[in-house]
Ligand binder design. Structure first.
Ligand SMILES: O=P(O)(O)OC[C@H]1O[C@H](OP(=O)(O)OP(=O)(O)O)[C@H](O)[C@@H]1O
Ligand SMILES: Nc1nc2[nH]cnc2c(=O)[nH]1
Length: 180
């Protein structure tokens, strides 16, 4: 894996896709044990979740349904702190057991918005899971039910995550070089 340049920044290889997938397989198996006799609705937070969502489904062994919502708050490598709901939840979740899938939880601003959005919904249960988590910068007290991998506080791209629109199609995860 070589370093790559996207827009004005250089990124270095960080986590290979095979290691990411192993972590996702573990997550899918853990959830399957918890929902064995239920049909959960997995809700992906677009756009960053695309690859995680698709790989997670491949490893999940039970019956399940899916839906999406779209939130956006990043400009470049910074959170604006201003969350935009670009697309509300696409399926009826009334009385359902829902699991929100996030690709990454960083500041927790998006998670806080999600909690407020979901509070008002008449669901049976809610779990929030994330593939990547940055414990050094997470400042909220909100519960995260399942975490795939803890990562340091450095901006990452690839495996669905972008830098100003580019980099989502990289199969491995890369880290911003200037931060190292
Ligand atoms: O914990 P936070 O600091 O709020 O960051 C987490 C959010 O940032 C990314 O979304 P983004 O706003 O970049 O939209 P995208 O998924 O369309 O890239 C990511 O998909 C999370 O939803
Ligand atoms: N691409 C990308 N999006 C994020 N959203 C929150 N943290 C990050 C990050 O490190 N990279």
């Amino acid at each position: 894996m070589a370093e790559i340049k996207i827009h004005d920044k250089t990124f270095v290889p960080f986590i290979e896709s095979k290691d990411i997938e192993q972590s996702i397989e573990r997550m899918a198996n853990t959830l399957y044990q918890e929902y064995e006799n239920k049909v959960p609705v997995f809700i992906g937070v677009l756009n960053g979740v695309i690859m995680f969502f698709s790989d997670f489904l491949k490893y999940y062994k039970g019956d399940c349904e899916i839906g999406f919502l779209q939130l956006s708050s990043y400009k470049g490598i910074q959170s604006t702190g201003d969350i935009n709901l670009l697309k509300d939840i696409s399926v009826d979740i009334t009385n359902r057991d829902i699991v929100i899938l996030e690709d990454i939880i960083d500041t927790g601003n998006t998670l806080e918005y999600l909690y407020k959005l979901l509070e008002a919904k008449p669901v049976n249960s809610i779990k929030i899971i994330t593939l990547f988590f940055k414990p050094e910068v997470y400042t909220k007290n909100l519960n995260i039910d399942l975490i795939g991998m803890n990562i340091p506080n450095k901006f990452v791209i690839g495996y669905g995550l972008d830098y100003d629109g580019l980099g989502r199609n990289l199969k491995d995860l890369y880290q911003l070089k200037e931060n190292i």
